[in-house]
Structures are given as structure tokens and as C-alpha cells.
Design a protein. Structure first.
Length: 160
């Protein structure tokens, strides 16, 4: 079984737009001007890439979604769309965007498990924590990098 590409099934704009909206309300115009929806989408993509790279090292039976169908009402696609648009998840994902540190893994894991139960998705529980950790670490690293770059670029433009 091939590692599941969750970005292929998600509409990133549905995740990135609410994240930027929250930042606009809390962090002020400067960061919002500097940060683009594309930057947030790239950070989410970096999280997916980190997960996929890790999954390549696993046996198929060790994959997080080994027992779940990719599509349908109780499929991974529907589950992940609901997970990444959940208000508690969005709240955690916006933390690095407003300089509040990394997303809380425990909250993300708890919501993941609750969503899986709601969608009748059977997860490989041994893979859940490492899956979330890899996603969060890459997402955090890239959001911080994009923010620093965009703010530096804006500072440079203002100095000109």
C-alpha cells in the first residue's frame, strides 16, 4: 500500500483562508500583508511531505490509515477534510502564525482520535503520535521560515 497523499484530497484554500483570517484579527496588518495563503499552503504541504517521507520507511500494516478506505463517507479523504477544518485544529495551526509557538500535539491527537471515531475510521494507533509529530514539526518550521522571510522582505521594501 502506497503512503496516502492527504494533500491530493484536501482543498488547501479551505484550510489556509481561515488561518489567515484568524491572523488578521490577532496579529495586525503587518503580518497579514507579509504572509500569503500560498505560504500557509506550502507549510501544510511541508507537513505532508514529512509524513510521506516517514511512511516510506514503514511496512504497509504500520501506516496510520492502513485499515481505512481512501474515499467515501467513511474514507480518509472525508476524514482529513473534516479534521483540517475543525476549529480546534485550526486554532492550533494558527499558533505559529501569531508567534505563540508550536501547535499542541496532544490537542491535535485528541481531535484526530475523536474525528476518527465520528467517521468510523480505524487508525493504526501506534502510528498516530509519530504522524502528528512529523506533520507539526515540518509545518512549524516552515511557517516560521515563511514569516521571517516575508517580514524581512517587507522591512526591506519599506526601507527603499
Amino acid at each position: 500500500m502506497e503512503p496516502f497523499s492527504f494533500l491530493a484530497s484536501l482543498e488547501l484554500s479551505k484550510i489556509a483562508s481561515p488561518l489567515l483570517g484568524t491572523v488578521a484579527g490577532e496579529a495586525g496588518k503587518r503580518i497579514v500583508k507579509a504572509l500569503t495563503k500560498s505560504d500557509v499552503e506550502k507549510a501544510i504541504k511541508a507537513g505532508e511531505d514529512a509524513v510521506k517521507e516517514w511512511e516510506k520507511q514503514l511496512e504497509p500494516s504500520q501506516l496510520l490509515f492502513f485499515h481505512a478506505p481512501p474515499d467515501g463517507l467513511h474514507g480518509v479523504k472525508s476524514f482529513l477534510q473534516g479534521y483540517f477544518t475543525n476549529s480546534a485544529v485550526l486554532e492550533q495551526l494558527h499558533k505559529p502564525l501569531i508567534n505563540q509557538g508550536k501547535p499542541d500535539r496532544d490537542i491535535l491527537i485528541r481531535v484526530f482520535q475523536q474525528q476518527a471515531e465520528t467517521h468510523n475510521i480505524k487508525l493504526n494507533q501506534d502510528s498516530l503520535k509519530p504522524w502528528i509529530e512529523r506533520f507539526v514539526n515540518a509545518y512549524f518550521q516552515h511557517t516560521v521560515t515563511y514569516l521571517k522571510f516575508q517580514v524581512a522582505k517587507q522591512d526591506y521594501c519599506e526601507q527603499l
